[in-house]
Design a protein around this ligand. Structure first.
Ligand SMILES: [Fe+2]
Length: 173
């Protein structure tokens, strides 16, 4: 069983994962418009991963006998200054996600809810990679931003990212 408090926090995170997917899809649309198809691909893949995260938490709440109540998804930011701005916002977004996951883990820890603590470990580890990947890209793009040729090289790299579905072991039962 989940406490009402933890159930609410997990439901909030389901909503936030959908909002993250929306945010990244808006970033993809912006990159598309700015003629960076590789970056557009990168963010589209990112958006798909966020949908996986939402589904994983959704399934977990049911597994624990809880209730899922879906809320409206907030409109994401749709305009940016330039492509660097998009990646910087992506990094900030991931830092915010990390805080939210830590907050969830704090609640689980307070309640001595070991199953949820164990469930969240995957998300905690995932955030280390997310922040690292965005901060590396921000650095790269900053270095390249005065040369369009270098920017297009990075864009070609971003075009190679492919979507690999995230499936948690608990979902395979
Ligand atoms: Fe996520």
């Amino acid at each position: 069983m989940l406490s009402k408090n933890l159930e609410k926090a997990l439901n909030d995170q389901i909503n936030f994962e959908y909002y993250s997917a929306y945010t990244y899809l808006a970033m993809s649309a912006y990159a598309e418009e700015m003629d960076f198809p590789g970056a557009a691909n990168f963010f589209k893949v990112q958006a798909q991963e966020e949908l996986d995260h939402a589904r994983i938490i959704y399934n977990y709440v049911f597994q624990k006998g809880g209730r899922v109540e879906l809320e409206a998804i907030k409109k994401p930011r749709v305009s940016y200054d330039n492509i660097l701005d998009v990646f910087e916002e992506g990094l900030k977004h991931e830092q915010m996600v990390t805080k939210r996951i830590y907050n969830l883990a704090d609640i689980a820890l307070d309640e001595k809810e070991h199953a949820t603590m164990s469930f969240l470990r995957w998300f905690i580890d995932e955030q280390v990679e997310e922040e690292e990947s965005f901060s590396n890209l921000v650095k790269k793009i900053k270095r390249a931003s005065d040369s369009l040729a270098n920017m297009y090289m990075i864009d070609d790299e971003l075009a190679t990212r492919t979507y690999v579905p995230s499936i948690k072991a608990s979902e395979q039962a």
